[in-house]
Each structure stands twice: as structure tokens, then as C-alpha cells.
Design a protein around this ligand. Structure first.
Ligand code: PFF
Length: 446
């Protein structure tokens, strides 16, 4: 099978940023920031992105670009007939598993786009009414499963069209649109009466709240947000032409992802503080709190609709990459036609996603293990345990098996002079990253 290629390096940056920017930035980042005291978490997050995330980003991209292979093929090419390709398989399994529940939440955002546009969040709703809308969605098995199906179908369709004419083309349209909506909403949020209080919460840290759990959460959030630890960036890197500047492309992806998360906070905290609501209510923050707030604001229907369109787009460009990892494997290694591979992966993830879609409606999924619902168990297993483990194994492989200096040569522009910070990167990828990730992995599992 002929492999795909990005048509331009900007196209790659948008596609990879599309993978990175997702529910993780707009849904998860604001609520964990809210739960962890605001500004202090933001700082810990930025440190994790700069010192850990960026290094692993380069490790994955260089591995992909050097081998021009899917994650399994990449490990096999560098260390043939070894167990290392298992890391590639772990990535594929992790991708399909994350996809299965991620698409459930993505399906909710589609539904929220529809009801916002239809004017359901109208003036005079109480918080109880808004909570009721959320509960009636998640407690309807038919609705949640259908939304999961719909979202999966859209994703699979785009992936089936190919790397350049499917993924690159669509992310090239959707990402700029997302950015414009986000800027628009940020400016609007800053004009609200709660803006200064919201910004104070978000931007002026209380150092006394620093603790280990906060650091762990920040590191986990950074990896999830940057799509690291399961070979998504190996796969996207593998479609890059050899002449592309990996150093600057990788940096742009990281900056873009971080900027979007930062701006999501700028939209959400001023809005939440305008109505004296709690920023720390957790995963339902944007599904229960925001619609309530929008229902009270002038032009709320417009802004609510824009917000959920934004969220759906962000989710879509991420589910595309979650599908692509397994598809790349099936196309490269199993010679499967791309369309067939995309539909097969989508079908498996859909079936696996059904229990997550039923997590708030049908036993035993509502309380699966230790009182936690199926979706939460999946999120913990794959995002909190498997991604850091994958990132640990990938950095160890790059640092010691492939050798960090070979990877560094791949990152150098035209393989010529050293890239900025090259020695620091080598030190980090060999020692700091594996140690930190090992500590995180152990403490999460314990
Ligand atoms: N980075 C995505 C987000 O922030 O929503 C989630 C994700 C996508 C994680 C792709 C991992 C991945 F490979």
C-alpha cells in the first residue's frame, strides 16, 4: 500500500495541533484547573508542558519521521524481532480504548450544539432545569449510543479519505475556525462583570496549596492534552517529508495546544465568577454550569451554540488521530485498504464504547468497579495509567535503544547543525523523563 504524506508543513502543524487540541483542552483542562485551585495548577501545567511534554513530543515525532512507519512498524524497523514492537501495539490498543469513551463525550457535545442552537437554554431556566437536561441526555441509552455512532461515523469518514485529502484537508478548515471562535468567546468573557475575579483565580497563584497530587494531575493532563504516549505523534510524524523542520513544527504544535487550553480558561473562569458559581465542580462544569450561565446572558443562545460547535470541532480533530494510529498499522503492516481499515477500527471502538455510553443509565455500567462507572474506569485506565506508561517506554526506547543522539540528528534541520537545546533534550529524554514518568506511573497505580 502506498503511504500517505502531508501536502505542506503547515498542514501537518494544523493536523497535529488538531489531535492535541480536544476535549482535553476545553472540557478537561478548565475543570481540573478549577478543582486544583486555579493559577497554581496553571503554572504546574505549563512547567510540565515545557519540560516534559515538549521533549516527548520530539521523541515521538522523530521516531515517526525517521522510520516513516506506524508505531508497531517504527519499533520493528529500529529494533527488529524484539519485544519493543509491543509498545506500538500498546499504543494501538490505548488509542482504540480512549476513542471508545472519548467519542461518547464528543457525542454529548454534538447534542449540546443542537439544543443550544434550538434555543433550549432560554432565559429564566434554573440550575435544576439545566441539570435536568444533562441528566435526561446521559440517562437515555438510545440517545447516547446513537450520538456515539454518529460521531464515530463522521470521524471514520474523514479518516477513510486519506492523510492529505481527508485529515489534512478537514483539519485545515476546522482548526482556523476553532481558533476564531475561541478568540471571539475570550474577548466576550473578558467584558463580563466577573472578569477580574475570574482572572484573579486563574492567574494569581496561592503557593501554599502546592502538593504532590496537583503535580501528578498536571503532568497527566499535559501528556493527555498533547496526545503523547500512544504513538499518535509517531504516526503523524511518519507522514512528514524528510526536509521538514521537526524542531519548529513540534514547537508550534505544543504552543498552539497550550494556547488553546489557556484561552479555554480565559473563557470559562470569568464566566463562572460572573454568577458566583463554583469553579471546582468537576467534569460537569461545561455541561451544567456553562449552559446555565449562557441562559442568563444577552445573546446567550449564539454564544452557547458557538461554544459547543467549538468543542465538537476540537473533539473531532482528536478522534481522527485516535483512529489513525490503528489505521496506519492496518494499512502499513496488513496491506488493508484505508477505507476498510477506518471502518473496521470505528466499528471496534463503537462496540467497545457502548458500555461507556450506558455509564449513566444501565447496570452494571453505572457502578462498574469500586462504585465508579464504566466511563470513569476507562478514562483512568487508559489516560492516567496507559499513556504515562507508553510515554515512559517510548522515551526509554528513544534514549537508549535507538539512542538519543540518533534521534537528535533526525530533529536537526537538514541533519545539519544542532537544534537549540539539543544537549538538554538528550539529557531529559534519557534520564529525567523516564524517572519522572516512572514515579508517576507507580504512584498512580498505587
Ligand atoms: N489530546 C486530546 C485532547 O486533549 O483532547 C486527546 C488525545 C488525542 C489523547 C489523541 C491521545 C491521543 F493520541
Amino acid at each position: 500500500m502506498k503511504r500517505g504524506k502531508w501536502a505542506s508543513s503547515f498542514g501537518f502543524v494544523l493536523a497535529a495541533a488538531g489531535s492535541a487540541v480536544g476535549l482535553g483542552n476545553i472540557w478537561r483542562f478548565p475543570y481540573v484547573t478549577g478543582q486544583n485551585g486555579g493559577a497554581l495548577f496553571l503554572i504546574a501545567y505549563l512547567i510540565a508542558v515545557i519540560f516534559l511534554g515538549l521533549s516527548v513530543m520530539y521523541a515521538e515525532l522523530s521516531l515517526g519521521r525517521h522510520t516513516h512507519k506506524n508505531p508497531v512498524g517504527a519499533f520493528e524497523k529500529i529494533k527488529p524481532r524484539s519485544l519493543w514492537k509491543g509498545v506500538g501495539f500498546l499504543g494501538i490498543v490505548t488509542g482504540i480504548s480512549i476513542l471508545s469513551y472519548y467519542a461518547v463525550i464528543a457525542g454529548w457535545t454534538l447534542f449540546y450544539t443542537y439544543i443550544s442552537a434550538a434555543g433550549k437554554f432560554k432565559q429564566g431556566l434554573s440550575q435544576t432545569d439545566v441539570n435536568g437536561i444533562f441528566s435526561s441526555l446521559v440517562s437515555s441509552p438510545l440517545l447516547t449510543v446513537s450520538l456515539l455512532f454518529l460521531f464515530m461515523l463522521i470521524t471514520v469518514y474523514i479518516v477513510s479519505r486519506g492523510v492529505s485529502s481527508g485529515i489534512e484537508r478537514w483539519t485545515g478548515i476546522l482548526m482556523p475556525l476553532l481558533f476564531v471562535i475561541l478568540i471571539f468567546l475570550s474577548v466576550y468573557a473578558l467584558t463580563l462583570p466577573g472578569a477580574s475575579e475570574g482572572l484573579k483565580f486563574y492567574l494569581s497563584p496561592d503557593l501554599s496549596k502546592l502538593n504532590f497530587h496537583l503535580v501528578l494531575t498536571a503532568v497527566g493532563q499535559a501528556f493527555f492534552s498533547l496526545s503523547l504516549g500512544m504513538g499518535a505523534m509517531i504516526t503523524y510524524g511518519s507522514y512528514l517529508p524528510d526536509k521538514d523542520n521537526l524542531f519548529s513544527s513540534g514547537l508550534e504544535v505544543v504552543i498552539f495546544d497550550t494556547l488553546v487550553a489557556f484561552l479555554a480558561g480565559i473563557v470559562i473562569f470569568p464566566t463562572v465568577f460572573t454568577f458566583n458559581l463554583s469553579p471546582s465542580q468537576g467534569p460537569t462544569l461545561i455541561f451544567k454550569t456553562l449552559p446555565f450561565i449562557f441562559s442568563k446572558l444577552p445573546l446567550g443562545r449564539l454564544f452557547a451554540t458557538l461554544f459547543f460547535v467549538l468543542l465538537s470541532i476540537a473533539a473531532l480533530t482528536s478522534t481522527i488521530s485516535l483512529v489513525e494510529v490503528a489505521v496506519a498499522y492496518l494499512v502499513d503492516e496488513r496491506n488493508m485498504p484505508r477505507t476498510k481499515a477506518a471502518f473496521l477500527v470505528g466499528l471496534i471502538a463503537f462496540i467497545l464504547g457502548i458500555p461507556s455510553a450506558l455509564s449513566s443509565s444501565i447496570k452494571p455500567f453505572t457502578s462498574f468497579i469500586a462504585g465508579k462507572d464504566f466511563l470513569s474506569i476507562m478514562d483512568f485506565t487508559w489516560a492516567n495509567v496507559s499513556l504515562p506508561l507508553g510515554a515512559l517506554l517510548i522515551s526509554t526506547f528513544v534514549g537508549f535503544i535507538w539512542k538519543a543522539k540518533n534521534a537528535a540528528e533526525e530533529i536537526r534541520f537538514h541533519k545539519s547543525k544542532k537544534f537549540p537545546g539539543e544537549n538538554i533534550w538528550i539529557f531529559f529524554i534519557k534520564y529525567i523523563i523516564p524517572l519522572v514518568l516512572l514515579a508517576i506511573f507507580i504512584s498512580t497505580v498505587l
